[in-house]
Design a binder for this molecule. Structure first.
Ligand SMILES: [Zn+2]
Length: 179
């Protein structure tokens, strides 16, 4: 998978800023949120599938949170059951914005699969013609997807830490009860 798979390289011209940055207010927290999204968008957001590849296949690519599937960016944003609360909270208004402001049936036609939904979240400019969004709506969508990426990442860190601590507790318990 190319690391720039989700970035729409055909967007705009040399003088226009990509909406992922253009929509960001000049405050530190929003810039930080945008950086998380940019890392996802450009393939520099480290997931287990990347660690697996970079470790010459010695690191397990399975998601450390749910242990159900390979963890790639699609899994993080659209599949991982451990992150379902964030998905429900932040993805619902994204769907609502698209449904309310695009031609009838657009959502069902375009975004009812995980790859397209991920593309919409990471770089909506690929669908600009289908959506018919002007700058104001693009910025709204960018803000929602930026928050979604950031909150999901935050929860992923919290859940990983919980899982790590639980593993230590279980290991210690097993050592203690072996004697
Ligand atoms: Zn998972």
């Amino acid at each position: 998978m190319s690391s720039l798979k989700f970035l729409n390289l055909n967007f705009g011209n040399a003088n226009s800023t990509h909406p992922v940055w253009d929509s960001v207010e000049q405050n530190l927290i929003e810039i930080r949120k945008a950086s998380t999204k940019v890392r996802m968008l450009t393939g520099t957001y480290m997931v287990q599938a990347d660690k697996h590849k970079f470790s010459q296949y010695t690191i397990d690519p399975t998601c450390l949170l749910c242990h159900r599937e390979i963890e790639d960016i699609l899994h993080v944003l659209t599949q991982c059951p451990v992150l379902c609360n964030e998905r429900k909270e932040y993805f619902t208004p994204i769907k609502q914005l698209v449904t309310e402001n695009s031609p009838p049936g657009t959502w069902e036609l375009l975004f009812n699969n995980t790859l397209a939904a991920t593309q919409l979240v990471l770089d909506c400019t690929k669908y600009i013609k289908n959506l018919g969004f002007k700058k104001e709506l693009i910025n709204k969508l960018e803000t929602l997807t930026r928050h979604f990426c950031y909150k999901t990442t935050l929860q992923k860190i919290i859940s990983s830490e919980k899982a790590r601590r639980l593993t230590i507790i279980i290991k210690n318990w097993m050592v203690k009860h072996r004697q």
